[in-house]
Design a binder for this molecule. Structure first.
Ligand SMILES: [Zn+2]
Length: 252
């Protein structure tokens, strides 16, 4: 269910204090973000659709769908998106790896990232591919510069949100199934992972945990997509807007 891409980290934080510094986060600012995460999570629990996924049953179709969603959301960036799509190495993991585990490795040796993914033909696999393609796109758009993990995860969640928006327009039944996956993930990100971060905030020397990145990134991705133009969101992909600027723009 949850995408795993810790290996994308090239400059790790060792403890909570370093992680906060890396992201320009103070403890009060982080608490404010977590309160907003909790409020959103309460809102989301009220709706639980059930739906069958009639979407692409083969990985190529799912990748094409992720591409179409990004082109639809960022029509002005078609060149970068097409270049990232063509250059990204897409490696399907062996069948015994439980779908949709996936990860993106920043440079496959030729300047393009490699996405390792498993695929079971379901909506969660489709969401995982959209998530990882957005990671790959962010790497290409930024020229491979170091990007803090929360910002990388914001871009990946924008990829998932772009997929939802695309499906809402073009395929209602697929949209409903994908929303179900989004909401299941939301529970993990905004309850379990947010709780882990909340606990760690009382211990400045708490050992760094990649899961801390997800609840904040999830919140900021949703708010950025709702309140900012696609051009402004694209600056995050290019590394022209940092987390501090984004949080200020969104009122945190
Ligand atoms: Zn990710």
């Amino acid at each position: 269910m949850i995408v795993v891409d810790e290996n994308f980290d090239r400059k790790t934080s060792n403890n909570l204090g370093e992680w906060l510094d890396l992201h320009g986060l103070s403890e009060p600012r982080c608490c404010a973000l977590l309160r907003a995460v909790e409020d959103d999570a309460m809102d989301n629990l009220s709706f639980s659709p059930t739906a069958n996924w009639p979407g692409p049953l083969d990985p190529n179709g799912a990748w094409q769908r992720a591409l179409a969603a990004m082109l639809d959301y960022f029509p002005e960036r078609a060149d970068s998106i097409s270049r990232a799509y063509t250059g990204t190495h897409k490696v399907r993991a062996a069948g015994d790896i439980r779908a949709p585990r996936a990860m993106t490795v920043a440079d496959g040796g030729d300047g393009f990232p490699t996405v390792y993914f498993s695929f079971d033909g379901g909506a969660a696999s489709q969401m995982a591919i959209a998530h990882e393609f957005a990671h790959a796109l962010q790497f290409i758009a930024s020229g491979g510069i170091f990007t803090p993990p929360v910002t990388r995860e914001i871009c990946a969640f924008v990829g998932e949100a772009a997929l939802l928006q695309y499906l809402e327009t073009f395929s209602h039944s697929e949209y409903t199934a994908a929303v179900l996956v989004w909401r299941r993930d939301e529970y993990v990100y905004c309850h379990h992972y947010a709780a882990a971060l909340k606990l760690a905030l009382h211990e400045p020397m708490a050992k760094y945990n990649y899961e801390w990145n997800y609840p904040i990134a999830r919140l900021l991705a949703r708010e950025a997509k709702k309140n900012l133009s696609p051009d402004e969101v694209w600056w995050l992909f290019e590394g022209k807007e940092d987390l501090d600027g984004l949080m200020t723009a969104l009122g945190y």
